[in-house]
Design a protein around this ligand. Structure first.
Ligand SMILES: Nc1ncnc2c1ncn2[C@@H]1O[C@H](COP(=O)(O)OP(=O)(O)OP(=O)(O)O)[C@@H](O)[C@H]1O
Length: 238
């Protein structure tokens, strides 16, 4: 569903992403770990077509992002740390607006059903987004992904700053979507979420994908050790 072939992004002499090769299957949840500046957001931005690659290719469901960015954007949804919504509109009005932008028309009842699946309480549907918590905004973000029938979710640090309950609820929804065949690429600093939610984990460092792990095959303690050892390489060299 997602494929990167020698995907590279350079800013002048600085290589933010260095020959990334990655494949993510339908329904797979892949978590990218890495310290600040490792290249996680760059990877997501390249798949979204927000920035052009210096070399290499990114594909979504076989379509090359740089060749047909409209087609690839139609297949995906992006949920950043803070979901960007219109604060003076209600959650429902935002959902209605974004589903219209994606070319889908739904009844209010259908939109309400998407909100429920995304985990938003019905009592919040018609409240202004300016009064929403971060977790509630993310639920609207998920509802937007549902209305556009996204095949792929890109999540950039979605659980940072969420309380444990909200973070757990978020993980459950992503797991449900994965069971329906939705692929997820998630950048996170949270090793526990990566271990518990991800099927596979990629550890990045200084623009390179250094190691890939299968979550079920690694304990949280081992993951922590492997991660720290990789990140420490930098300190030893400096
Ligand atoms: N527009 C830009 N111009 C120059 N350098 C950039 C630009 N965007 C990102 N970079 C650099 O690319 C590298 C990778 O950044 P990126 O945002 O992908 O890291 P990250 O792993 O997502 O980090 P974080 O965990 O802090 O979000 C960093 O060194 C960053 O400074």
């Amino acid at each position: 569903m997602l494929k990167a072939v020698n995907l590279t992004k350079a800013y002048g002499s600085h290589t933010a992403l260095d020959h990334l090769n990655l494949e993510i299957q339908a329904g797979e949840i892949y978590c990218l770990l890495g310290s600040n500046g490792a290249g996680k957001s760059t990877t997501i931005n390249l798949f979204l077509g927000f920035i052009p690659a210096t070399s290499g290719q990114a594909f979504i469901d076989g379509v090359e992002v740089s060749v047909n960015n409209q087609a690839t954007r139609d297949m995906v949804a992006y949920i950043p740390e803070i979901v960007n919504l219109y604060p003076t509109l209600s959650g429902m009005e935002n959902l209605e607006f974004f589903s219209g932008l994606s070319g889908f028309q739904y009844t209010k009842q259908e939109l309400g059903r998407f909100m429920e699946v995304a985990g938003l309480q019905a009592s919040a549907f018609h409240k202004r987004v300016s009064s929403y918590s971060k977790g509630m905004r993310q639920k609207v973000g998920i509802a937007i992904a549902l209305v556009k029938k996204a095949k792929v979710l890109f999540l950039d640090e979605p659980t940072s700053g969420l309380d444990p309950h909200a973070s757990n609820e978020f993980s459950e929804i992503i797991t449900q979507l994965s069971l329906q065949g939705v692929s997820t690429l998630m950048a996170t600093h949270d090793l526990l979420i990566a271990k518990n939610l991800g099927h596979r984990i990629g550890i990045m460092h200084e623009g390179k994908l250094k190691q890939e792990l299968i979550s079920d095959e690694v304990s949280h303690a081992d993951l922590t050790r492997i991660y720290i050892d990789l990140v420490k390489e930098k300190e030893v060299r400096v």
